[in-house]
Design a protein around this ligand. Structure first.
Ligand code: ADP
Length: 251
């Protein structure tokens, strides 16, 4: 018990540190001359970024364009700066040199709320809340109507999940007998991302924890979304096989 207590204490301390970091974060300064992009190419122009208290940049002099309506992959070994690059697109951090642009507009000139609406994410290990599938998808956009949630679920090919449970969208995840596999959870996470009606979709190692068949299905789904919605998709992966399967352009 003492052994477990030590690990719980460490987890609690880390959680407190993170909560504290959020509560004490300085609000981002909004631009006084807001601009609204009309197209959604994402371009990096000679971007350099180093985390605080480090002397080595995580991203150095990076330039590329992820064209709207195409899938672009950022591929490289662990620690090469892929996730950092992705996190610069929604301004989780601001670049120190160069610029990140969407549709030719520097993202620092886009109102923060607009930028957050424009960019959606799918991560490796999505978390579902112990709530209905409806609310889990709606977490992407709390104002979404039931029909809009259903539409996002259909786009993300979740029909079989909704049919599997008698309560459909009202099924409570984590309740007795309600179990979703990794691939099903990832499709709900994609529906959650689509519920925001994004213009840019960032998939950070979204298939890394899945078996090859499920990976194939999720990649097919991302390509279909890419084709049908014409959004800009950026895939971050360390697996060259993922790149070979989906990309028509590699950055
Ligand atoms: P990748 O996604 O390719 O694995 P990352 O973007 O996560 O790479 O990391 C790039 C570099 O930045 C690594 O050297 C990593 O240790 C460092 N790094 C990542 N996140 C942070 C952070 N929050 N604070 C300081 N350094 C970080």
């Amino acid at each position: 018990k003492i052994m477990y207590m030590t690990s719980y204490k460490m987890q609690a301390e880390e959680s407190m540190r993170r909560i504290d970091m959020i509560l004490t974060a300085e609000p981002q300064v909004e631009t006084s001359a807001p601009k609204h992009p009309k197209t959604y190419d994402v371009s990096f122009e000679n971007v350099t970024f180093a985390y605080e208290n480090t002397d080595h940049p995580a991203v150095s002099h990076l330039s590329f364009t992820a064209k709207a309506g195409t899938t672009t992959a950022l591929v490289g070994h662990s620690g090469s700066g892929k996730s950092t690059t992705a996190s610069l697109i929604p301004r989780f951090y601001d670049v120190q040199q160069g610029a990140v642009k969407i549709g030719g507009v520097d993202i620092r000139e886009i109102p923060h709320a607009d930028l957050m609406k424009m960019v959606a994410f799918v991560f490796q290990d999505p978390k579902l809340f112990k709530d209905t599938l409806l609310e889990n998808i709606r977490a992407g956009r709390p104002s979404a109507t039931r029909d809009e949630v259903l539409q996002a679920a259909r786009l993300a090919q979740c029909d079989d999940i909704l049919e599997k449970f008698p309560d459909g969208l009202d099924t409570v995840v984590g309740s007795k007998g309600v179990y979703l596999s990794g691939g099903e959870t990832q499709r709900i996470a994609i529906a959650r991302a689509l519920a925001t009606d994004p213009k840019v979709l960032l998939c950070d190692e979204a298939t890394s924890a899945l078996d090859p068949n499920t990976t194939h299905a999720i990649l097919q789904l991302i390509q279909k979304i890419n084709r049908e919605l014409g959004i800009t998709v950026v895939i971050i992966t360390h697996q060259m096989s993922v790149v070979e399967e989906v990309c028509n352009r590699v950055a």
